[in-house]
Design a protein around this ligand. Structure first.
Ligand SMILES: [Zn+2]
Length: 708
């Protein structure tokens, strides 16, 4: 996990429904501002023609393309409240940088001051969260308010209001993803930095639209967060209960993880897994009785769908007096909420000229991988001839035919030659406090092949804090600040699990340090997207045994890990394709009802299943791929998972090839935030793709002795 300040600029990605009422409010608010002296499009255009001629005469032909682009960009975002034609003309005359020296001055100033702005905003946000994030004693109600406060929430609005955003738009061009992909490799680093500078102001979403998006997001979040199933109250046809009292599982995460855990239960595992699959299908089809959601006062047979008053009591509080017990289905709430997120997301479309749909914003701006390419990569994994081979191997390990829930097969995870207790003891002896871990960072880095001076340099940029939770990494946003490694220390010292997480988080911190302090332009700070920083952190995490001075995992263990990753990627690639197809369907059917969306989602889930899963599972029309809760509240986030697996594999393979992690890690991390493909070309010589994963899987199958 990695915490980063959420910039206002990207706020609306994470968030979206607006009632017609809100829409009306916005129109009214606009017209009241318009009322005194509305500036019309025609007036703006006249001004533009005049200014174009004027600037051309002043700056010369060489500046012609910049003048045209700059004026056009300012006009596109200018609103009546920004001023009349006189204000517009005056602004352009005094802010167009017409020669290289003025452009350089402008660029340098913005780069330096935006680093200060981001850095200090982040510093405030970090300090405000400390009581919640660190092991510092009780969290008071006001600590939560401090923690939830985002000092940068209004920065983008302010920058349009004071016209600094317009200054950037007047002087640096906005780009499309196509341009960044096709032209980017030929750009200078400075051009890349200018591109990222302009992108910060690529949209101007009104506050009420952001608010509507945030509301829809929090409404669907709440729905998902309260969607628990009380497992002891699931009964089979004989009235038997398979799950222990008080077990309360959140859909879909805990339900899925329970399926994974049940592989270890020799006696009831299979029956439990089948039952959970039935529950999941009822959630997806919305045939689940409303009364069984988050309710320990009823017993439910998910096969017959019969509901009765609970015959056993494990409830924390008595049943409500007026509890009506019947099996009336949940009224399609799942799809009603998904529609709300779509309708809210759509409100931002008109304010995002270079990416006018949420689908485009996700792929072209957040991920910067075109949707068609990403889809092709996922289909390459899904239809790989390795799938039936791995499936056969799983069947032989299970001793039975695959069933649909085996998309979550977890049995490839190998055991360790050390017990958890042995490892805990070793780690606790080494690290009795956060300070002890901090002092050892240079040694840990040297063990990964970082040269001593670089290990010292990086370690000097990392602060270690005792975390309240399991740990996280919080990078800095300006060079005068340090990255923070938050790690869990028990009273008896650090344990092995804590160490494993700390090493992962330290991987983030090292990436954060190098990609901020050693990148040539701070405007290029970071990596292309979160999948990259996770991949780099996994490189560290995979070396945890070596860092403890123990033997690295053997070839067989490595092979099983690869097969586990391949099967996980196969599963989540199917889920991602469903998420993508559902968002397209919503954009194609803007007036759809929740019931229509449900029918469409089921059809899409079955279609993907029949195409990519039914051939190896031997069963058609399964809807499990649509059970992920992120589909309802996360605005087309799911494709990030499979792409993350592919990227992690590419990076790992590259590091393995060179044999030394340190220098290779450093070379990669300093590339900064260019497109994923350009970053990966620089890192590995190839664009982002599925080949590394597929090649490693093929090798792994040979190593475990599977027959093709
Ligand atoms: Zn992480």
């Amino acid at each position: 996990m990695r915490f980063r300040k959420t910039s206002t600029l990207f706020m609306f990605f994470c968030t979206i429904f607006v009632s017609s009422l809100l829409q009306e409010e916005r129109l009214m608010a606009q017209s009241s501002v318009l009322a005194p002296a509305p500036i019309t499009a025609a007036q703006l255009k006249d001004s533009m023609t005049k200014l174009q001629a004027e600037l051309l005469a002043q700056c010369g032909d060489a500046q012609k393309p910049r003048i045209r682009t700059g004026l056009h960009q300012v006009m596109e975002f200018w609103r009546p409240e920004d001023g009349d034609t006189a204000v517009f003309e005056d602004f352009v005359r005094s802010n167009f940088a017409g020669d290289q020296t003025s452009i350089d001055t402008l660029f340098d100033r913005f780069q330096r001051l935006l680093e200060q702005l981001d850095g200090h905003m982040h510093e405030i946000a970090r300090e405000f969260r400390n009581q919640q994030d660190l092991d510092l004693g009780p969290v008071r109600s006001y600590d939560e308010v401090f923690g939830g406060y985002d000092p940068s929430a209004h920065v983008l609005d302010d920058f349009f209001q004071n016209k600094l955003a317009f200054t950037v738009l007047l002087n640096f061009p906005l780009t499309t993803l196509e341009e960044r992909i096709n032209e980017g490799p030929k750009w200078t680093r400075r051009q890349w930095a200018e591109t990222r500078l302009a992108q910060r102001f690529a949209k101007r979403v009104p506050a009420d639209v952001n608010l509507a998006i945030a509301r829809a997001a929090s409404e669907s979040d709440n729905y998902i967060a309260g969607y628990n199933i009380w497992m002891h109250h699931l009964v089979d046809d004989k009235g038997q209960r398979l799950f222990p009292p008080k077990m309360r599982l959140l859909s879909h995460w805990n339900l899925r993880d329970e399926i994974k855990a049940d592989y270890a239960d020799q006696q009831n595992g299979l029956a439990k897994q089948r039952m959970i699959q039935q529950v999941m299908e009822r959630i997806v089809t919305q045939s689940i009785p409303q009364v069984v959601i988050e309710n320990p006062h009823v017993d439910w047979n998910p096969v017959s769908n019969e509901v009765k008053p609970a015959a056993e009591n494990d409830a924390p509080s008595p049943a409500p007096a007026k509890l009506k017990i019947n099996n009336a289905p949940e009224p399609c709430s799942r799809y009603a909420l998904l529609l709300k997120t779509y309708r809210a997301a759509r409100l931002a479309d008109p304010y995002s000229p270079t990416a006018p749909t949420l689908i485009e914003r996700r792929f072209n701006e957040d991920r910067e991988i075109p949707e068609e390419r990403l889809q092709a990569m996922l289909e390459q994994v899904l239809s790989s001839p390795l799938v039936p081979q791995v499936a056969k191997l799983i069947e032989s390990r299970l001793g039975r035919r695959l069933e649909p829930f085996d998309i979550w097969y977890s049995g490839f995870r190998p055991g360790s030659q050390y017990t958890e207790a042995q490892l805990d003891e070793m780690v606790a002896k080494k690290y009795s406090s956060a300070e002890a871990y901090r002092q050892d960072i240079p040694n840990l880095l040297k063990s990964l092949g970082f040269p001593p001076d670089r290990a010292q340099y990086i370690a000097a940029h990392i602060v270690v804090d005792p975390a309240r939770g399991s740990g996280h990494a919080m990078g800095a946003e300006m060079r005068s600040e340090k990255a923070h490694l938050r790690t869990r220390i028990e009273k008896s010292g650090m344990n092995y699990k804590g160490f494993n997480i700390a090493v992962h988080e330290m991987g983030h911190n090292v990436e954060q340090t190098l990609s901020l302090n050693d990148v040539d332009y701070t405007l290029l700070q970071g990596v292309p997207n979160t999948a990259f920083t996770e991949a780099l952190a996994f490189v560290f995490q995979g070396q945890d045994m070596a860092m403890l001075g123990l033997a690295a995992p053997d070839a067989q263990t490595e092979a099983l890990k690869t097969l586990n990753d391949f099967w996980g990627t196969y599963e989540i690639a199917g889920v991602a394709l469903v998420d993508m197809a559902v968002w397209h369907w919503m954009y194609d059917h803007p007036e759809a009802t929740p019931e229509e969306l449900r029918a469409a989602t089921l059809a899409i889930a079955k279609d993907k299943w029949n195409r990519f899963f039914a051939p190896v599972f031997g069963k058609k029309d399964v809807v499990l791929l649509a059970v992920y809760s992120h589909m309802i509240d996360s605005f087309l986030y799911l494709p990030d998972y499979p792409i993350g697996h592919l990227i992690a594999f590419q990076i790992e393979e590259q590091v393995k090839k060179t044999g030394s992690i340190g220098p290779e890690f450093e070379r990669m991390a300093k590339m900064g935030r260019v497109t994923p493909d350009q970053w990966m070309e620089h890192a590995t010589g190839k664009p982002v793709g599925a080949e590394a994963l597929l090649a490693a899987t093929e090798e792994a199958l040979k190593k475990v002795g599977a027959k093709p």
